[in-house]
Ligand binder design. Structure first.
Ligand code: SF4
Length: 304
């Protein structure tokens, strides 16, 4: 870890030692078993002498003060702005990634971390948020679960200054991490459901049931939840898939949960999988209609 800025390195609270010198990372549901000297799937967690460390505490790849509607969170403090930061890496492998330059950067996440010069302390982030007249914070751009230790410190300070805290996530954190975020003052989260069980397993390498579990947990604990469905032409745009997702949102999360259908553009490895043109507007409008017919009251389309 010598090549990495010392300030980016922090011992993880969420890990379990295994009997064979490796440790299990308990930040997200991948639960990587990491050998001595190796990093987990996302490239942001490393095992050094039997302990797992984050390599991206305060390692900021992108930051800006922008409208809360951009998350998208349309029904949470509309008209306000959130100071938004993100880092490198991702725990999913979606071929359509719209933020691949930071989530799956070339040549590697490790290289980006090693060359990153932008350290932003939680205190400095809050100061910048206040100076730029933001009403809250947002951890976004790449998967925010990977910035967990940093987010918890940011959230604590934000609460002291009466700022709200938000996440834009794939919702794949462990249950323990979801509860920790709630305890530290997460106020709102946008979760991208991505598709049905088979699609999420095949293209994202994840179990979507864990995402539904977390969405329910956040709602039960008073966190404002909005759901995004990024529509990938011919992969998750068919009528039955949209019907199933809408039904599930209504039955398991509630008919008033704001639901977004957003347009995707070919990106990252899209060519390889045959996703070569932006999602058709017709299918976006159709999805909104289907969701309304299934009983959802608050349905938006976006990115058009
Ligand atoms: S955060 Fe997730 S993907 Fe990254 S090392 Fe931990 S369990 Fe693996």
């Amino acid at each position: 870890m010598d090549s990495i800025n010392k300030r980016f390195i922090k011992k993880s609270k969420f890990q379990r030692k295994l009997s064979d010198q490796s440790s299990e990372c308990l930040i997200c549901e991948r639960k990587c078993k990491i050998r001595e000297g190796a990093t987990g799937f996302c490239g942001t967690r490393m095992n050094s002498e039997g302990e797992i460390y984050t390599l991206i505490y305060g390692c900021i790849a992108a930051e800006s003060c922008n409208p809360i509607e951009m998350k998208p969170l349309y029904n949470f403090h509309p008209g306000t702005k959130a100071y938004t930061v993100g880092s490198y890496g991702c725990n999913f492998s979606c071929f359509w990634c719209q933020n691949h330059h930071i989530s799956h950067p070339k040549p590697s996440v490790r290289k980006k971390i090693e060359t990153c010069t932008n350290y932003l302390s939680p205190k400095h982030l809050i100061q910048k948020a206040i100076e730029s007249q933001c009403e809250g914070t947002s951890i976004s751009f790449n998967e925010p679960t990977l910035l967990l230790e940093y987010a918890l410190d940011v959230f604590d300070l934000a609460r002291e200054k009466s700022l709200y805290n938000t996440y834009v996530s794939n919702g794949y954190m462990t249950e323990r991490v979801a509860k920790e975020l709630i305890d530290h003052g997460l106020d709102a989260i946008n979760i991208d459901i991505k598709g049905d069980k088979e699609l999420v397993r095949k293209f994202c390498g994840a179990d979507v049931e864990k995402v539904w579990r977390n969405a329910k947990l956040f709602i039960k604990n008073g966190v404002h939840v909005e759901i995004t469905n990024l529509l990938i032409e011919d992969f998750n745009t068919d009528i039955q898939t949209i019907k199933n997702i809408a039904k599930r949102i209504k039955n398991e999360l509630g008919k008033d949960i704001p639901t977004h259908f957003t347009r995707a553009f070919p990106s990252y490895n899209s060519d390889e999988f045959g996703f070569i043109k932006p999602t058709s507007l017709k299918k976006l409008y159709r999805s909104r209609l289907i969701a309304k017919k299934e009983g959802l009251n608050v349905v938006y389309i976006g990115n058009i």
